[in-house]
Design a protein around this ligand. Structure first.
Ligand code: ASP
Length: 345
């Protein structure tokens, strides 16, 4: 809070559709100058909050996001952590689930809201979803109870639903309702009232924020498909320097049972590669050993990713590789819930 006890929020604009307006001369979309935000959304003046804005320079389409941008974002939050009560990140929707998942791991002991939002239609378009998303994201980031933020975690707000960042995936390229959290309940439902699902929201631990900036991206995603060849498997698992693979398997974690396939996996694990089993299905969990087709993976030391999203698994791996953990610890922590990203039974 600032001197007048107003809630203060930092809005960080990274790029993406939300910040676009139509060039009246050409009809094409171009980013607008955020200094003119109060002209675009005059409703912002009606909030009794202190709002400040930071813009990425240059602003980028989220397809160009990389770990270097995640670090920049984490640093902006770190530098302004004490001065603000919460943060709203405006971000392109395409890779929002990756950035928001990454931030959830990078920001240890987060006790303030970091709400990501964006839009499918630019703010400068009459029918935009950006205005509602932006205004509600601000309201959510400012929500407190007994002077404590209601949502002290990294989350995504899009079209009426607030979801945990590392549980969320983009599943629709056109609908305003573009994101889902298939394996974890929404944190808040927004209608006439905002209904918080309080017992699903992480509790603050009141410890000092610790920002992890060493994201090691020597990892890849390998999606299995019927017809995948030995050359492809060997080529990818044998990439020089590769430390870990998110293996996207069928159904509840199933894969080919042919010898060449299992040998390739076994040899890769023998060379020290971490292989994490994540299902290709949008919902549900990996259960290694349920079928014969996953039992061998389990005995060979493939790590079960349980019900993590690919985005969460990938960014958790980058974070853990960056921490330079011994292999046993890496394996153990992959199955622990660090930021609510996995269901632990
Ligand atoms: N391509 C855009 C982006 O992700 C789409 C969007 O903003 O929704 O930056």
């Amino acid at each position: 809070m600032n001197m007048e006890n107003e809630i203060s929020l930092l809005i960080i604009y990274t790029g993406g559709t939300i910040g676009m307006i139509k060039n009246p001369e050409t009809g094409s979309l171009r980013p607008f100058n955020f200094e003119g935000i109060y002209d675009q959304i005059p409703e912002l003046k009606r909030f009794h909050y202190h709002l400040e804005f930071r813009c990425f320079k240059p602003i980028i389409d989220s397809s160009d996001m990389s770990p270097a941008h995640w670090i920049k974002l984490a640093e902006i939050i770190e530098e302004n952590y004490e001065a603000f009560d919460g943060f709203v990140v405006l971000h392109g929707s395409d890779t929002m689930a990756y950035t928001a998942s990454a931030l959830s791991f990078m920001l240890e002991n987060l006790n303030k809201p970091v709400v990501f939002t964006g839009s499918q239609l630019p703010l400068g378009v009459l029918r935009t979803d950006g205005r509602e998303n932006f205004i509600t994201a601000i309201e959510l980031a400012a929500a407190t109870e007994d002077d404590t933020p209601l949502i002290p975690e990294v989350c995504i707000y899009f079209e009426n639903q607030l979801t945990r960042a590392n549980r969320t995936i983009k599943y629709n390229a056109e609908n305003f309702n573009a994101f889902v959290s298939p394996n974890f309940p929404v944190l808040a439902d927004v209608g006439v009232y905002i209904k918080y699902n309080r017992h699903h929201i992480l509790k603050p631990n009141f410890k000092k924020l610790k920002v992890h900036k060493n994201m090691d991206n020597r990892v890849t995603i390998l999606k299995l498909f019927p017809g995948i060849t030995k050359e492809v498997m060997e080529g990818i698992l044998g990439l020089p320097g590769l430390q870990a693979v998110v293996l996207e398997t069928f159904g509840s974690g199933n894969a080919l049972t042919e010898d060449w396939f299992l040998d390739t996996i076994e040899r890769a694990i023998g060379r020290g590669l971490h292989i994490v089993n994540i299902t290709q299905c949008a919902a549900g969990a990996v259960e290694q050993g349920k079928y014969d087709t996953s039992l061998k993976l389990k005995t060979m030391g493939v790590i079960s990713g349980e019900d993590m999203t690919t985005e969460a698994a990938l960014t958790k791996i980058m974070y853990l590789l960056g921490e330079k953990l011994p292999p046993e610890k890496f394996r153990a922590i992959m199955n622990l819930s660090l930021r609510g990203e996995i269901t632990v039974h």
